[in-house]
Design a protein around this ligand. Structure first.
Ligand code: ZN
Length: 168
């Protein structure tokens, strides 16, 4: 599965696209589109030793526990995207504390480059909004099982977080 699978015609001039290594090129107008990952920003908000997760209200993975965050706008700094998405989904103003790492997550036909931080609350009252229908706080030994997590990389992300709690 790749983001350019099934692309046959140029979105600019409707000319025929030629497939290449990780890209498509339009013979007619020279348009080139690369098969890059889609960048996203997300964070594990910590409070009193617990982490905030949100239950998704929409597909993909409706009903499963998500890490708050979302896609980065075209010219937006990742940290600004993190703050914006967190406020939209949880009602909370947050700031990143530590950069945990980057994970590659399959999402529909795309692959999301998930930039992941820990975060702390600056203000606001927690309330599920936007893509989320419920918020929950989880200690290191209370995390949802893998089959209740929205995306498979969350198993690793949460185990990294738990290891930091146990061996700071
Ligand atoms: Zn074209």
């Amino acid at each position: 599965m790749g983001i350019l699978d099934g692309w046959k015609f140029c979105p600019r001039c409707a000319g025929r696209l030629l497939p290449g290594e990780g890209r498509v090129t339009c013979e007619a107008c020279g348009f080139v589109r690369y098969a890059n990952p889609v960048p996203g920003a997300q964070a594990l908000l910590e409070e009193n030793g617990r982490v905030l997760l949100g239950r998704r209200g929409i597909e993909p993975s409706a009903g499963l526990w998500d890490i708050p965050g979302g896609f980065i706008h075209e010219t937006e700094h990742p940290v600004d995207a993190l703050r914006r998405e967190f406020r939209e989904e949880t009602g909370l103003d947050v700031e990143p504390v530590d950069f945990l790492g980057s994970w590659m997550q399959a999402y529909d036909e795309a692959t999301v480059l998930c930039l992941t931080w820990t975060a702390r609350r600056l203000g606001g009252a927690a309330r599920a909004e936007d893509d989320l229908v419920e918020l929950g706080w989880f200690g290191p030994d209370e995390l949802p099982p893998a089959d209740e997590l929205a995306f498979d990389t969350f198993v690793d992300i949460l185990s990294v977080w738990r290891a930091r709690k146990e061996h700071p």
